[in-house]
Each structure stands twice: as C-alpha cells, then as structure tokens.
Design a protein around this ligand. Sequence first.
Ligand code: AMP
Length: 518
Amino acid sequence: MPSQTTPVGIDLGTTFSVVAYLDPTGRPCTIPNAEGDLITPSVVLFDGSSTVVGKEAVKAASMEPDRIAAFAKRDMGSMFYSKKVGGENLPPEVIQSLILEKLKRDAELKLGPIQKAVVTVPAFFNEPRRKATQDAAQLAGLQILDIINEPTAAAIAFGHQIGFLDAKGRARDKETILVYDLGGGTFDVTLMEIEGTDFTAIATGGDVYLGGIDWDRRLADYICEKFKEKHHGFDPRNDAAGLHKVLKEAEDTKRALSAREQLTISFEHVGQGLRLPITRTQFEEMTADLLERTRFTIRSVLTEAKKEWKDVTRLLLVGGSSRMPMVQKILEEESGKKVDRSLSPDEAVAHGAALYAGLVLSKENATTTTASKPAMRVRNVSSHDLGVLSKDPATGRPVNSVIIPRNSVLPITKGKRFRTSRAGQKDIAINIIEGGDSAGRNATPIGRCLIQDLPPDLPAKTTVEVLFTYKENGMLKVEARLPELQRKAVLAIERASGLNEEKLKEWDQRLNADRGKS
Ligand code: AMP
C-alpha cells in the first residue's frame, strides 16, 4: 500500500469527477470509486440530513429532482446554487465539498488516509471561483497543495505520456500545444509551451457557460418541440421529472451520434410516445452556433499569444465533449493540422493533477531533505484583468485601473499609485474588480479592502500605493501603503461573493454534525 503521504490529483468536473494518484513507479493511475467506476458523476442527492453522491444520486434524479444538485461547478463564486435543494438555498461550495468528500473517502479505501490534494479548475475560472474551490476542499477536510488549471494538467499528463525528457534526462524539442478542453459545463482553450521540463501557459481563454449540457439542451428542445407537435402542445419540460428525462434522452442521443451517423430516438413520457429519426448532420446544424463560439475563443487566444497556426505543434483534445466528431472537424479545418487523441479525455486532467501533486510534494520535501530536484516547472497565466475601480479625479466617472493585465505570467506582483480625493478622509476603500471595460462595466467585483483609522487631518491627494500579488494558483493578495504616513497594510479581502470565514466555519460545523449522524 502506498505511504500515507500519497497525495492525489482531483479533477472536480461539472458533470464527472476523477481522482488519481502516483503508483510507486511514479505512473499516474485513476482510483476507482466505491462502486468500482473510474469516474463519479458530480451529482448530490440530499436525503434529509444525509447525502448521496454519484451514480446512486443520478438514479434518484428523475424521482426526486427537487433534492438533486448537479452542475454546481457552474455556480462556484456565486452566493447560492442556482435552485433550492430540499427547500434550502445552498452555497455551491457546500455541494462541491460533498462531492470532494466522497472522492476522498473512496480513494482512502485504496490508499489509506488522504489529506493532500491538487484540485484542478478551468483555466478561465476567475478568482472568486478559485477561492470557492479552495473553500470546498477545506470543507471536505482536504489540504490543498495547489489549484492548477485543467489544460495545464492535461499538458502535464501528455508530457509525461510522450516522455518529454530523453533517456538521459535532456530536453526534447520545444512544443507549442493548443489544449482544447470541452467538458460537461465549461470550455477552455490554452496555449502552452513545453520546453524540456518547463510548462508555460502563454494565453488562455474560455467560457464558463459552455459545455456538453448546452448540446444536450439543444437536442432536448428539438425532441420537445416534436413531442408537442404530436401531442397537442404537451411539453415534457413543464415538470421537473419530464425535463430531467428528456435531458437524459438528449445526452444519450448525443453520445450515440458521436459513434453513429444516424439513429431513431424513442422517447416516452406519461404514457405518450415519440419516435424521431435524427442524423449527425442535423445535430451538428442545430448546435453549429455553440461550436462557433469555441472557434471564436481559439482565434482570440492565438491572437493574444501573438501566435499563428504554423507555430502550434500539437492540438490536444480533452473533456468528454471533445469526443463529438464536430469538434475534431472544426479544429482540423481551422488549423490544417491533425488533432492528437492519444490522451484519455476523461482521465488526463486527474492524471496531470496527480503528477503535479507529486512535484509539489517533492519540492516541499526537497527543502527538508536532499531529495533530487523536481522534474518540471509549471508557469500559468492569469485569465482576466485584475484591477481597482477608482474615480477619475477630473470627471468623477468610474475608471477601471487595471493592475495585472490578463495573460500575465504568474506569480506576479504589480502595483499602482492612487491619490485620495478629499481632505480628512477617515478611511479608504479599495474596490477590487476582475475583467470589465475601461469604466469597469461588466466587471466581477472580487471584494473590498478597507484602510481604516486614518489620521483626522489627512490631506487630499495623499498617495495610496496598492500592490497586488497574484499567486501561481490564481489567488490574490492585496497590500496598500501610504508612503507619506509610513503605513502599510496587508488587506484581508471582504469578499463580494462566496462564503466568508464565519459562514465557512458554520458550514464546517454543520457538515461535521451531519457526518456524525450518518
Ligand atoms: P467531462 O466534464 O470532461 O467529464 O465531460 C462530460 C461531458 O462529456 C458530458 O456533457 C458528456 O455528455 C460528454 N460526453 C462524454 N462522452 C461523450 C461522447 N461519446 N460524445 C459526446 N459527448 C460526450
């Protein structure tokens, strides 16, 4: 049995989650769950004070849709999950933590106690979503070694599989890899350079609201329209059980159309039936705009990286939805190159996370022992502009002062100087935002830092230096200095979304109490 310090890599997916560890030879292996499956549906059934996660929860979904939480990853960073579950508004972190807890518990059957993990997130996840992921892991009793981006993890798995070092440990040729990751609920494109043992993300883009579920919904709408035509306007989507059933039918059809050119859908709801022939071409036509959105993202990532297709040496497909033939088609059509399907789309991310967990741990150990130097170095880029919403002193209009522009290589520390607007200001609020235009429109508020108890006679135009440190894992630290007063403050961010410390503690206690009961 591997040692108790064995860390795991967790791909906490929108639809499925996977856990992997490194075997004693350093090879990443997927750990089956208690049901014996390599992937676990990211679905939770709330059954009174107890919860069921995975396949059994999926089975119950059509009978008890109001007690089911699925796709919670899409809501990470929001206050509450998109619908009430069992009559209660739940934070998405809590739902994700229950999934993580099941993964942890099941992996422990094989590995013994587990504490340390690397958890992956979409590259395009913003800071609040990353923070929420970290909080979910904490609630599940996991110590996060790091949070890394899913495409980076996939590239690591790939680098490992093809052997990015020769037998003597020397670097091979430099690769520029485009990772196209279309999962169940999110889409990411990342351009990575692998040179010897260095993995550097050079640009990233994506859409947190685009994934396999959107293809399912299109097909479900089509089935329902035809159902309505046949059954005098009766719409299966009108009740939760019908909606669930038609979505399931749509997903099954979508998967089948990845392997077959055409088939006939047989759908039945409350005694009414429908047989509907459908071809792959029809399906591709009804979802063409979704695929086009991915093409748009690919183009903008290449532009931002100042690269052309001729610079890209490999196209890597990850995420279950990349199995749709239309994905391969659009990529090959766009690039004029063949895609690489050598990775298992379901397991690659967890495997890369396990390899990375091994790397982080060996780094930690290297500081206390004479262990050999870690084999790889991973550098990521930020996925959104990070800045401060301030006021233009001349016009009083809001201004987005970007401090760390998107696609900056992490870690990075950067600052900007601001001036107070009025004399005698008692406190200064620093409003941190992510994304948005030059006036801060459409930006995501990350939170607010407050410098309080300023001297009573603080003159107007006092300098305030704001320093952002953006760590490799996409988490932010903010410092503010008033050099004229020689005051410095490391600021705790009062978060605009997600759970605050107090709520996190409350949930921790509640989940512990529930664990005690079950
Ligand atoms: P992931 O989040 O990477 O596990 O991807 C899950 C998504 O992949 C779901 O939307 C699945 O419906 C989709 N998926 C899995 N297998 C296939 C397939 N053979 N054809 C089309 N979509 C698939």
